[in-house]
Design a protein around this ligand. Structure first.
Ligand code: NAX
Length: 325
């Protein structure tokens, strides 16, 4: 057995947390030989619910779980953590638009960024899931001045997995036969699922499917999938979001073996995206966890227009939280 790693999950008593905890505890994320100490953060009003969740984790008798910290204090929650899943944030309420949500959730990520900066382990890696995740990630990163910016990422993997799932369904093949999908931009309905380099059952997606579908129903389905799930299920995506967070952190931990994944990370100006914006690019992860934005990806006029649209949206979000970053 390896020495344990400390894994923080914020919003641990929420819907995503309820799926995520067990996937981390059963070794799906960091491997079957990697013990974990779970650090669970909630707001004071949800501590009793969190206590119930902790009881269930104990009752699951998970051999990899070597300790549980449950708290409403960010400094306690992030003390010594190596991996941080920032899931907790305020959901969008009735009548709230995106900028209201940015304004409501921004301050949470100021405090959490500062707490990570002060007490997290020196190798900490962060995924921000709580929406608007790209801008929340930017805020956390800017408030954690001593942590290298590339340790902060936002989750685009659900969009990535949704795109792969749609291609597989359309072709009637298992999703394991889909590769090379990439999501550009913001986790919002402007994001662009790009299949230029995707293959499905060994055939280029651009040959297998009509362009009309790829730029029409496919795009719309992926972009509006969250809303479709809320309509059908009466609740927002939870298990699929937890699964995507596990995929993201698993691939960051183990590497992608040359495969393409979509991660939002602070731009270094790649593809003309303004420096610092937390933007999703096609990425690879090397062994050792170095995330590399893939260079030389073919960007046609359609893709460029989508990149521009997402840059504009993220610049507007950054402007709305200028006092927090
Ligand atoms: P829930 O409302 O079920 O759970 C959120 C939990 O976070 C609650 O228990 C709440 O008490 C807690 N919380 C709120 N503020 C907190 C704070 N400051 N510190 C610690 N905990 C806090 O939402 P859930 O369905 O779990 O979704 C969580 C977040 O994920 C939402 O912001 C949601 O919009 C976002 N999502 C992001 C996705 C992505 O692809 N990036 C997809 C799924 C999901 O919509």
């Amino acid at each position: 057995m390896l020495p344990p790693i400390r894994v923080a999950i914020t919003g641990a008593a929420g819907n995503i947390g309820y799926s995520l905890l067990w996937r981390i505890a059963d070794g799906s994320c960091f491997g079957p030989d990697q013990p974990v100490i779970l650090h669970l953060l909630e707001v004071p009003g949800a501590l009793e619910r969190l206590e119930g969740v902790v009881m269930e984790v104990v009752d699951s008798a998970m051999p990899l779980v070597q300790g549980i910290v449950a708290t409403d204090n960010a400094r306690t929650a992030f003390d010594g953590v190596n991996q941080a899943f920032l899931v907790g944030s305020r959901p969008r309420g009735p009548g709230m638009n995106r900028s209201d949500l940015v304004a409501a959730n921004g301050p949470i990520f100021v405090g959490q960024g500062q707490a990570l900066n002060e007490v997290a382990a020196s190798d900490v890696r962060v995924i921000v899931v709580g929406n608007p995740c790209n801008t929340n990630c930017l805020i956390a990163q800017r408030n954690a001045r001593d942590i290298p910016p590339e340790r902060f990422t936002a989750m685009m993997r659900l969009d990535h997995n949704r795109a792969a799932g749609q291609l597989a369904q359309r072709a009637g093949v298992p999703v394991s036969q889909v590769s090379g999908v990439a999501i550009w931009g913001n986790h919002a309905d402007t994001m662009y699922p790009d299949v230029t380099r995707a293959t499905v059952g060994g055939v280029a997606a651009t040959e297998r499917f009509e362009q009309e579908w790829l730029r029409g129903a496919f795009l719309d389905t992926v972009a509006t999938r969250g809303a479709a799930i809320i309509k059908a299920r009466g609740a927002s995506s939870a298990a699929s979001a937890a699964s995507a967070a596990v995929d993201h952190m698993h691939d960051w931990w183990f590497g992608t073996n040359g495969g393409v994944v979509s991660m939002a990370l602070p731009s270094r100006g790649q593809y003309g995206v303004p420096e610092g914006l937390v933007f999703s690019f096609p990425c690879r992860v090397g062994s050792g966890g170095a995330v590399e934005v893939i260079e030389g990806w073919p960007v046609d006029a359609f893709c460029q227009s989508k990149i521009d649209q997402n840059v504009a949206a993220l610049l507007a979000e950054r402007e709305a939280v200028a006092d927090l970053v």
